[in-house]
Design a protein around this ligand. Structure first.
Ligand code: SF4
Ligand code: SF4
Length: 672
């Protein structure tokens, strides 16, 4: 030992040639795995969405450094941060030591040596701590979406084993050499103090054995990185997150169907959506490799949590395996008989509510919803396959422009019957169009809400008009996979709105709002779209109108978020701020609200397809909402209203709770 802090890098180790051979083999497997991944991505066609606003590199780097996307998920953020930074530091330290060994020995002498030693020690301890915390969290997690797979446990155990053997090697070296700089290797020093005394050549022999075990485990881990979903995400996830489109918020790309509409296709003649593995786009393939198999996407999935065959994680894994297995499409063109629909069962494909809870929770930014819509498109337009109830809704839409089958004259009569306080025709100075949407005969809720809305507009002195030529926005066709029909309806509705002279459209239904605001502009619409909650929130703030009303007796209200308003449109706060401003109204919060709300089960076309389920998302959600003991359950969507109304009726002993749209409550408060 010298007085200058340092140590011999390959102390006691002979047979370095074998070590180099093993290192090169590990690096070769790593490079091959990465090359395969890149090739897999590049084989897909470019995404059809065109230029989009994406998260961008800086935001992704910030997310990686802070691990913000993992916040709120048990201890995931903390154990992953420990493992991530520990692993990165160990990698950098290893590169530094190699550089010192083959370049400048001075780099491994004196203060640099002490700092590198300390860094390696702390980094190794962080990895072990992170792995233990992750394993502990796994064991304690009792949610249905818990991840207790052997793959995760094996990956964590391997990480911990590499570091534990590293500390044993270090501890034994300190023990055998009496290293005077042991204070800079605190964990190694503790291990050293726990070792028994070893006689003669026993110590060096044990050291060599441990050194080789540690090296083989570390090199095995290096080779395994691109082959395991548990580790592969470290290479692909940052690129995928950086490319995730932020806008538009439409649930799937809007293909250019102009040519398809001029020659109306027959089933089987259209190639649209993801039909074969070859149709899986580059962005989707990057997502398949970015998935870390964490299972967060299942935690709020109404299909998974009601025991249906869809689990977003399993679906993604199956799709990845399927596309990878049939991955020779790049050489010989499309595989004729392969269908991407084979990667997901028919029942799973149609079980999805398109609620986007999976995407909200996915730290990799995977677009499950657009993939599912793309497969539905291929199924419906390519093969004419969809559930009977859904097909009936599409037939109605194609025949009458309304999913419930009401014709234009029936709709016009219905609108006139509502006696809405509107202008008979457009006033040039008042170009706000109140969107009425589709018409379901026998529905009493929608007329009630529309009438409240028109009365409120009058009371708040907001001029508006109604145009009888408008009908369904086409959303049911879009979510059920008939993009051709959707675009035909949407184009027609855009023309109706523009011909009416409207400069702005006021929409209450969250589904219509999303389509009008985010999808219609992609088809050429130029008018602006405002949601009722935005309009009344702004008016409330501007004029303090709401403050003058209120309920004479205290009224407890629990509000349920529609997925298309809270998650798709980020408007969870607007209805709450309006309700919260009403005097006498006590707003209660149920668990699983806001952007992390639980779906009522009506989305994805399920309002039109009533599956005979043992357990329903609406019943699960209703139980949660009723658990707050409200007098009123406030909703913001006609679909949610119907689902809860139905769930309430199914209860053996329904409580005396009223289900009402927040607009109804606003009107009642404002007219006092
Ligand atoms: S899709 Fe996202 S949330 Fe689901 S397992 Fe993969 S990374 Fe996790
Ligand atoms: S969109 Fe909703 S229903 Fe569909 S997979 Fe995601 S969480 Fe499940």
């Amino acid at each position: 030992m010298t007085d200058i802090p340092t140590r011999e890098i390959f102390w006691q180790i002979s047979g370095r040639g074998i070590f180099y051979l093993l290192s090169m083999a590990a690096l070769a497997v790593l490079s091959w795995g990465l090359f395969q991944g890149v090739r897999f991505v590049r084989r897909g066609p470019a995404s059809s969405t065109g230029p989009v606003r994406t998260l961008g590199t800086r935001a992704v780097i910030a997310d990686i450094l802070s691990h913000r996307p993992l916040a709120g998920e048990n201890n995931a953020r903390w154990w992953h941060l420990l493992i991530f930074f520990g692993f990165v530091l160990l990698f950098l330290v290893t590169c530094y030591v190699m550089l010192a060994h083959y370049g400048r020995e001075a780099l491994f002498t004196g203060v640099p040596y002490l700092l590198v030693t300390l860094t390696a020690d702390l980094a190794g301890a962080a990895v072990i701590l992170g792995a233990l915390l992750a394993l502990f969290t796994m064991r304690r997690d009792d949610s249905p979406a818990r991840d207790r797979s052997r793959g995760k446990a094996a990956a964590l155990s391997l990480l911990a084993a590499v570091c534990v053997t590293g500390f044993l090697v270090e501890g034994l070296r300190i023990h055998l050499t009496g290293d005077p700089w042991r204070g800079w290797s605190p964990v190694g020093a503790v291990v050293s103090s726990m070792l028994p005394s070893l006689a003669g050549s026993e110590g060096p022999r044990l050291f060599k054995g441990l050194w080789w075990l540690h090296s083989i485990l570390a090199l095995g881990l290096l080779a395994w990185l691109p082959l395991s979903a548990r580790f592969r995400h470290m290479f692909f996830l940052p690129f995928h997150r950086a490319a995730v489109p932020l806008e538009p918020k439409s649930p799937a790309p809007v293909p250019d169907l102009g040519s398809l509409r001029t020659a109306r296709p027959s089933p089987g003649s259209v190639r649209l959506g993801v039909e074969t593995p070859a149709d899986t786009t580059r962005r989707q393939r990057l997502g398949l490799l970015a998935c870390m198999d964490c299972g967060r996407c299942e935690r709020l999935c109404p299909a998974f949590l009601t025991g249906q065959s869809l689990t977003p994680r399993r679906y993604l894994q199956d799709l990845r395996e399927y596309v990878m297995r049939s991955g020779e499409e790049g050489r010989g063109g499309r595989e004729k008989n392969a269908s991407a629909g084979e990667a997901i069962t028919v029942s799973a494909l149609w079980a999805c509510r398109l609620c986007r809870a999976c995407e909200e929770l996915c730290p990799a930014g995977i677009g499950h919803v657009s993939q599912i819509i793309e497969i539905r498109r291929a199924e419906v337009l390519g093969h004419g396959r969809l559930p009977d109830d859904g097909a009936a809704a599409l037939r109605n839409l194609a025949r009458t422009g309304d999913p419930y089958g009401a014709g234009p004259s029936e709709r016009a009569a219905w609108i006139r019957d509502q006696r809405l306080s509107c202008l008979p025709k457009r006033d040039p100075g008042k170009p706000l169009l109140l969107w009425t949407g589709c018409f379901q005969p026998g529905d009493e809720q929608k007329p009630r809400v529309l009438s409240c809305l028109s009365a409120l507009l009058k009371q708040f002195e907001i001029p508006f008009f109604i145009h009888e030529g408008t009908s369904c926005c086409g959303d049911p066709a879009r979510i059920l996979g008939d993009e051709d029909l959707f675009q035909a309806l949407a184009t027609q509705q855009i023309k109706e709105i523009e011909d009416s002279g409207a400069e702005e459209v006021l929409v209450h239904c969250p589904h219509c709002y999303t389509v009008l605001k985010d999808v219609y502009p992609l088809l050429g619409a130029r008018f602006s779209v405002v949601h009722t909650s935005e309009l009344f929130r702004d008016r409330t703030e501007e004029k303090g109108l709401v403050g003058r009303g209120g309920f004479p007796n205290p009224l407890s209200v629990v509000y349920h978020d529609p997925c298309f308003l809270s998650r798709y449109q980020d408007l969870a706060d607007s209805p709450r701020s309006i309700l919260g401003a009403l005097a006498g109204l006590e707003l209660r919060e149920a668990p699983r609200g806001g952007r992390k709300g639980y779906c009522c089960g009506a989305g994805g076309g399920h309002f039109f397809m009533d599956l005979d389920l043992q357990e329903r998302p609406s019943s699960q959600r209703l139980e949660e909402l009723l658990g707050q003991g409200p007098q009123v359950l406030a909703v913001s969507c006609g679909f949610c209203f119907s689902m809860f109304d139905d769930a309430l009726r199914r209860l053996p002993d329904p409580p005396a709770v009223r289900i009402a749209d927040w607009l109804e409550l606003l009107k009642e408060a404002a007219e006092r």
